[in-house]
Design a protein around this ligand. Sequence first.
Ligand code: FE2
Length: 380
Amino acid sequence: MTSKVNRQSTGLGAQVNGVRSQKRLAFSSLWILCITACSEPPLAEEVIFPRHDAPLPELVTKIAFGSCADQKKKHIIWEPIVDQSPDLFLFLGDNVYADTEDPGEFREAYRLLGEKPGYLKLIDSTPVLAVWDDHDYGVNDGGAEFPGKEMAEEIYHEFFTTPEDALIRSYPGIYDARYFGSDGTKLQVIMLDTRYFRGPLVPLPQRATHGPYAPNNDPTATILGEAQWKWLEAELKKPADLRIIMSSIQFLPQDHLWERWENFPHERKRLLSLLKNSETGPVIFVSGDRHMGEIMALSTSDPLSPGFPIYEITSSGLTNAGGGRKGEPNRHRLSPVNFQSRNFGLISIDWIKKSLLFELRDVEGNVVDSYTAAFSEPSE
Ligand SMILES: [Fe+2]
């Protein structure tokens, strides 16, 4: 394993390289060193994170993804993910469970993730694209009202090694996009921020069997916020043969009442209309959050179908599973499987045959659900 260590604050000097992962230093050990070596104590926020700097591939044919990784639990799922040799890993939120406004506690959560041997193995070989969900944003089911959001954003950039001059650091929120491939193999990966700008959820007076939230029908209530909508509109005009949209919360489901796009029905409708009007062609949503896994498609007979395939694969979680309810209804689910144990997702793309293989795999790497689809065939 190569050594990659990233120091983000400046209190104790420039970047440290060449330290093996097992010896990564955190605030506590720096403090012990400084008792004898420094005249001033280190800054409280001083934490060294592993570097996320595996180079992005030119062509993508295999993508792994997952969500919900509690840093305090055992992480045994990274090995089977690495065994798949994916070109990319999409981290779909709840990447740590920070749930705090305290920057020291926030960094500590990421530090614990950054010392997991399996995760270090992954980032040595595989580029990671990450969005956040509520727990790594800082508050359960949180949105725009969260006072710690700027702090959370700064620490997100520290951990995922966002370059200092990256455009994403110049605007609020963590939405971004990446492109891979060329003519006939062009893949666009869109990373949505479903937290920073999100309006209020509307709780039911009493939690129902399948969740606690009613739809918020206030047309001014938003998930993405206007700046992100404008950016997304421009992104979707760019040519691509296939698009993957990372959304921490589920996009298609309409039959449960947990967090989902359907909590803001006009926002879900707006995105489907935007895909249709932009004539984007096939889109695959990948989502997390729910502590279970399922594979879905929007039927072409759905009144909001854009007329080309819209798929969604939810993979949750890497360490936290068992969510949802047995028998939870979902009109968009493609198979009877509603997998409630730890899992990760895989998308394999055959650019010549224009076909897609979606898989959910368990903690041992075994396939527990799969679906083969074509780029051009609208789902039934
Ligand atoms: Fe979540």
